[in-house]
Each structure stands twice: as structure tokens, then as C-alpha cells.
Write a protein that binds this ligand. Structure first.
Ligand code: MG
Length: 166
């Protein structure tokens, strides 16, 4: 951390992807059993995309689209874990570690509660290596809007970066 920079920085991320047939549902770095999956140039993992954007936001480093353009063939079908690990490495090279992460997933279906413990461990493995620093919440959209009609899944994330090591 250079002089003039701060000991903590906060970032926010949001993402939504359309649910379509014949795609695996990738969410929080896991494959969740469901009859549809999230459409995207990458694997469409809205949870990891929201966290990736939150890390970039905290760094003041733009957004996922500028770092990993969807016009670039190398990111076609990419595991979003690769993208998240790259921005976590970027944070480390700039002198920050992830303090904590709070995520809200908005999905009408499938029911996510059974998958949350494993998802939390997976997100921690990609970011802080400490599951107590990761919180995941799942909500429905109460039948409202495209997410509520089950046409899409959305996620928001807030990430705190701390200067230095743990
Ligand atoms: Mg996305």
C-alpha cells in the first residue's frame, strides 16, 4: 500500500444472467443441479461475477467487462473461478487481502439452501481461504420481474479489502 492509499477499501458488485435450457447451472463456483443454466460468454456464474466486480470496485480498477472482454475468445466458456482468482491476485499485488465478503443471490428456483455450505467453502477457497469471512444469502424476488418469473438469476456482492496480510 503506497502513501496516500487507505487501510481499508470497499467495493460493490451486481450481476444478472438469463436462465436457458441445456446449460449447467454454475453458481458460486459449484454446479447446482437444475434443468436450466445461466447464459453467458463465460460459464455465467453471477455469484462469482458479482464478487469479481466488487473486488475490482474496491481496488478502483474498473469492472469485469474491461478486464475480461466478452469479445475475447479466450474467455468463451471460461470457469469464472479463474477470473475471480485473477482479481484476487491483483488485489494481493496492490497490497490488499480480502477482509470479508457478503453476497445476496436472488433466485426463484432452484432452492439454494442445501448448497450454501459448499458454496461458502468454495468462495472462501477462491478468495480469503477462511469461510468465516464469507457470507452468502439467498432470496427470491417474490414472483416479481424477470428474476421472479424464473427467467434469470441475479447476485450482489460487497467486498472489504484490508491492507497487508492477515
Ligand atoms: Mg456476468
Amino acid at each position: 500500500m503506497s502513501v496516500g492509499e487507505r487501510a481499508i477499501r470497499v467495493g460493490h458488485g451486481w450481476d444478472v444472467h438469463r436462465l436457458v435450457a441445456e446449460r449447467p447451472l454454475r453458481l458460486g463456483g459449484l454446479t447446482v443441479p437444475f434443468d436450466r443454466g445461466l447464459l453467458g460468454h463465460s460459464d455465467g456464474d453471477v455469484v462469482l461475477h458479482a464478487i469479481t466486480d466488487a473486488v475490482l470496485g474496491a481496488l478502483g480498477a474498473g469492472d469485469i467487462g474491461t478486464h475480461f472482454p466478452d469479445t475475447d475468445p479466450q474467455y468463451r466458456g471460461v470457469d469464472s473461478a479463474v477470473l475471480l482468482e485473477r482479481v484476487v491476485t491483483l488485489a494481493h499485488t496492490r497490497g490488499y487481502v480480502i477482509g470479508n465478503i457478503d453476497v445476496t443471490i436472488v433466485a426463484e428456483q432452484p432452492r439454494l439452501a442445501p448448497h450454501m455450505p459448499a458454496m461458502r467453502e468454495r468462495v472462501a477457497a477462491l478468495t480469503t481461504r477462511d469461510a468465516t469471512r464469507v457470507n452468502l444469502k439467498a432470496k427470491t424476488a417474490e414472483g416479481l420481474d424477470a428474476v421472479g418469473r424464473g427467467e434469470a438469476i441475479a447476485a450482489t456482492a460487497v467486498v472489504l479489502l484490508e491492507a497487508g496480510g492477515d
